[in-house]
Design a protein around this ligand. Structure first.
Ligand code: HAM
Length: 414
């Protein structure tokens, strides 16, 4: 029979990688909770128009990358390519604004984009992300960025932070017109994608990675010269707060991001260690989006980080809990062994009862494969083997043994 393979761009995450995935998510969760963010669990499937109206009709995500299909009820739906649009929809639909004050939400989970797969880029990938609704002050921008930095620091990941301001919607529109005129003048030197972008999404030409495009746009007008006093002032304040917090950054006037909803602050945490897919975490403000999607006028901001990219950069993880394996010496002791394993687990000890029957030697082999730190032989009198030193010790009963092994494990964890 022919074997069925996983679909291109999709991955199985198992073994050490699954542990790493969990470690990344748990680390982020701890920090989200410390910053008083609340979890929101969002659907994987949304009305396709949610993304068209938020991420933007002309973006790569909407044009080329979304998994769109008709469900059995004839609804045109999409697998979510990102989390912000869903968070905004939920904020409006669940009237989260009615709670008063402001809202801080975090989420975790799978996103889907039909991109060309390569290291650090998949068609199903996973994000951790957070959004703040209802705060205008750049204090929020600074704190959000600091929180991302805290997550990266906790994971031992080094990156550089780039920030920029896109200004408000009006100034950006004015700038886009000027930029369009400029780009038309250098059209022949641009790559095919960028030529299409001139009309549709001229800002994206500025962060094209193709060398020819970079050179052709080296003297392009700069957005910073077009943005309002107010936007410039809020950018100055953000820089001041980041400096005050000890967060290093550089201003990259060409940083524009690939989603249309951003206003004012945008930022990216970047690494050179994982090839072309160097952005590990990214975000910014989207002060007009809630209103645009039919909600009350609400400033908002957020970020998301790719879990797989973070995993590629995590070098050390805390030691796994040591394992104790329980082996009934002969099958007459199976019941005692079943119970002994239960006692050990009740003590909080990670325990494997060797489930295969057979010779003692074959069971020891399995215990070794699992990397057991100790083995408990269950017989008339239980016996404990330290797999590191090779020492064996006989006990009167299982309770005495558990007390000793428990003490030893605590000692080992120090
Ligand atoms: P984004 O830049 O599209 O922003 O994605 C955020 C992060 O998700 C990227 O920096 C990257 O680490 C990861 N990522 C994106 N695509 C892939 C892929 N195909 N494979 C692996 N990882 C990927 C957003 O999604 C916005 N929603 C961020 C945001 C939240 N802005 C405001 N709030």
């Amino acid at each position: 029979m022919s074997q069925i393979k996983r679909v291109r761009g999709f991955q199985d995450i198992y073994g050490e990688n699954a542990r790493k995935y969990r470690y990344v998510v748990d680390t982020a969760r701890n920090i989200f909770e410390k910053y008083n963010f609340e979890e929101i669990i969002l659907p994987f499937v949304e009305d396709v128009s949610l993304f068209v109206r938020s991420v933007g009709e002309e973006t790569d995500i909407v044009q080329k990358e979304m998994y769109v299909f008709e469900d059995r009820g004839g609804r045109k739906v999409a697998l979510r390519p990102e989390g912000t649009a869903s968070a905004v929809r939920a904020y409006i639909e669940e009237k989260l604004y009615a709670k008063g004050g402001y809202q801080k939400l975090f989420y975790e989970g799978a996103m889907f984009r039909y991109e060309r797969p390569q290291a650090g880029r998949y068609r199903q990938f996973h994000q951790i992300g957070a959004e703040i609704f209802g705060v205008d002050s750049p204090v929020a921008d600074a704190e959000l960025i600091k929180m991302v930095q805290d997550i990266l620091d906790s994971l031992g990941i080094q990156t550089r932070l780039e920030i920029n301001t896109l200004g408000d919607f009006e100034s950006r529109k004015r700038y886009m017109e000027v930029l369009r005129q400029f780009l038309k003048g250098v059209e022949d030197s641009l790559c095919e994608d960028c030529r299409k972008r001139i009309e549709r999404n001229p800002l994206r030409v500025l962060d094209c990675k193709v060398e020819g495009c970079r050179q052709a746009t080296a003297d392009a007008p700069v957005l910073m010269d077009f943005i309002s006093e107010k936007s410039l002032e809020r950018f100055e304040r953000l820089k001041e707060y980041l400096t005050g917090l000890g967060v290093d950054f550089t201003v990259n006037p060409r940083l524009v991001r690939g989603l249309d909803y951003y206003t004012d602050t945008v930022f990216e945490f970047i690494t050179d260690k994982i090839g072309a897919q160097g952005t590990v975490a990214a975000g910014g403000r989207y002060d007009t989006l809630v209103k645009q999607l039919g909600g009350p006028d609400t400033p908002a901001l957020g970020f998301a980080a790719g879990i797989e990219r973070l995993m590629l950069l995590v070098e050390t993880m805390p030691e796994d809990q040591p394992l104790v394996s329980v082996i009934p010496v002969v099958s007459e002791f199976n019941i005692q062994a079943l119970k002994a394993a239960q006692f050990l687990r009740k003590e909080g000890i990670k325990t494997e009862l060797i489930l295969k029957e057979g010779s003692l030697k074959s069971k020891m082999k399995v215990a070794n494969k699992f990397g057991s730190r100790f083995v408990v032989f269950v017989s008339e009198k239980p016996e404990l083997k330290d797999m590191e030193s090779g020492e064996q010790e006989l006990f009167e009963n299982i309770q005495d043994l558990i007390e000793v092994v428990s003490g030893k494990l605590k000692g080992a964890l120090g």
